[in-house]
Design a protein around this ligand. Structure first.
Ligand code: TXA
Ligand code: MG
Length: 339
């Protein structure tokens, strides 16, 4: 048990966090997507502590964060044209690229795979910290494994206080869902996890991009996951989340005829006026970015409110809506009621 320090995202806080990282410690860091739990990516022992703190299965590889494009050359075996084009269009930002790894990447980071995931985040505090530490930082989302990803420093403290050296408070995360993950180690490139950079945007730069089956569907029994993270139950509050697939009137009618203690609605802003159950709104029906921004906070909030059953509305799987759909489907264990 350590006393976890809550640091400001100023020079002093960043310097202190950099020291912890250089000494093999763990620090919760803000990024534009979600908070990450960082360690020195080149130190297998430090990285192993991340898995222990989160309760994360060891076969789930981590993303390595950099603060300048040139750093990628030390971490991967080759940098293809496709990576340069994507970096030019979307870095720094919420995009992770998977490439064949360099020898310096410890097995703890790549979980024994021949590839490594690289991201250049746009959050200034994340960039300053990577630069101050002088190290690439391995960082998964800073939640307990299986729980919704943290989008505030308070969420990180809630899950990991006492288990890590420090958290830098860089305010609430802008995007709110984890980065888009694309593998460039297959031909054509394949989208493994949707996020703030959309499939449409990736295709506009690269041409053909496939979408992995696991983005929209539960993994079939016996099928190997391209991205190990996708096989685990994820983003789940304690409450049972059920997605209701129907129009606004069908949604309202269903919820209003299933009122019971512990029933709660997770709905669009437009729905709440007609609901007779307690509710949480997570954004306007037409604004997917707003939904992405609020989703994980709402999923944590339903636990704080002690909800038992959550009836959720889910956007169409297009644009940033694909990322919201992907996370909410996993939170619901793919349980959808067609109205
Ligand atoms: O926005 C984000 O990506 C955040 C912030 C902190 O940067 N990080 C994050 O990390 O979401 P994590 O560990 O929660 O998710 C990483 C995902 C997992 O699904 C993992 O399986 C996949 O990326 N991944 C990592 N390395 C991979 C590899 N070499 N091949 C395939 N999938 C990989
Ligand atoms: Mg995660």
């Amino acid at each position: 048990m350590v006393e976890t320090e809550l640091l400001k995202a100023d020079m002093e806080g960043i310097e202190r966090a950099a020291k912890f990282l250089q000494n093999g410690g763990l620090v919760g860091i803000p990024t534009e997507t979600v908070y990450g739990l960082a360690a020195n990516a080149l130190d297998g022992k430090a990285v192993a502590k991340i898995f222990a703190a989160k309760g994360r299965p060891m076969d789930n590889p981590l993303i390595v964060h950099i603060s300048d494009f040139s750093q990628i050359y030390h971490l991967v075996a080759t940098v293809p044209e496709s990576a340069k084009k994507l970096a030019k269009a979307f870095w720094p930002g919420p995009l992770t690229m998977i490439l064949p790894k360099a020898d310096c990447i410890p097995d703890e980071v790549s979980a024994g795979l021949p590839t490594v995931a690289i991201r250049f985040p746009s959050h200034p505090a994340a960039q300053q910290l990577i630069t101050a530490a002088g190290l690439p930082l391995a960082a998964p989302s800073a939640n307990l494994s299986g729980k919704p990803s943290p989008t505030t420093a308070e969420h990180v403290m809630h899950d990991l206080s006492g288990k890590i050296e420090a958290v830098i408070d860089g305010g609430p995360c802008k995007v709110g869902v984890e980065s888009t993950v694309i593998t460039l180690a297959s031909n054509p490139p394949r989208l493994l996890r949707p996020g703030g950079i959309t499939l449409e945007q990736l295709r506009s730069v690269l041409g053909e991009v496939e979408m992995d089956d696991a983005v929209l569907h539960p993994l079939k029994e016996g099928v190997r996951a391209s991205s190990p993270g996708m096989k685990y139950k994820h983003y789940s509050p304690k409450a049972n989340v059920i997605i209701l697939d129907g129009n606004d009137e069908q949604y309202r009618n269903y919820v209003n005829s299933h009122i019971a203690p512990g029933v709660m609605a997770l709905c669009y802003d437009e729905d709440c006026a007609g609901l007779k159950s307690p509710y949480l709104c997570y954004g306007a029906e037409t604004d997917m970015s707003q939904m992405a921004h609020h989703l994980f906070d709402a999923l944590r909030e339903v636990d704080l409110l002690d909800a038992k059953t959550v009836y959720a509305r889910c956007p169409a799987p297009k644009g940033v809506g694909l990322a919201v759909y992907n996370r909410l489907m996993r939170a619901a264990g793919f349980e959808v009621l067609h109205l």
